[in-house]
Design a protein. Structure first.
Length: 165
């Protein structure tokens, strides 16, 4: 059992694997750790902390996935949801669904996230357009768009860090 192989290390945030593991088991361990980092009530303090948790969940997908991290007023996680699935190079995003879920969760802020299966980290024109549409729509219901993070095997791009919000 993988759970028995993974133990908490002496230093905070470290882990010890007590037995040899396969690549698949290692990925499963990484996904389990990522889910803990996105658990309800955890605080996301910067784009890199969000990226680290989100990248593991989105890597290896051969299609685009668009998700939202819903946050309270202190940027603690209320929930994380994959809202839309697309093709290898795009996904259709419906702002109405993003807003409906933000209201249902009583979110004060959100972080948008999607993957680029190609590995390319540059936001597309479509990425920039939907970010602006969602920012404007969320503003109408007093929900702040903190960031839109694009993840890939090559790293991440934060539209907030690039001044795109």
């Amino acid at each position: 059992m993988i759970h028995a192989k993974l133990q908490t290390g002496e230093k905070s945030g470290t882990y010890v694997v007590s037995e040899p593991v396969t690549g698949d088991e290692l990925l499963e361990i990484a996904q389990r750790i990522a889910r803990r980092r996105l658990a309800k009530g955890r605080s996301l303090s910067c784009p890199s902390s969000a990226y680290q948790a989100l990248q593991t969940q989105l890597l290896g997908k051969d299609h685009e996935v668009f998700g939202v991290v819903y946050l309270d007023t202190k940027h603690r996680i209320l929930g994380v949801e994959e809202l839309f699935r697309g093709t290898i190079d795009g996904a259709t995003i419906h702002p109405r669904e993003v807003l409906k879920e933000a209201l249902r969760r009583q979110a004060a802020a959100v972080i948008l996230v999607h993957n680029h299966p190609s590995g390319h980290l540059e936001p597309s024109v479509a990425d920039e357009r939907i970010t602006e549409r969602l920012r404007q729509a969320l503003e109408l219901i007093d929900v702040r768009l903190i960031d839109h993070i694009i993840v890939s095997a090559e790293g991440y791009t934060s539209l907030a860090e690039r001044g795109g919000l």
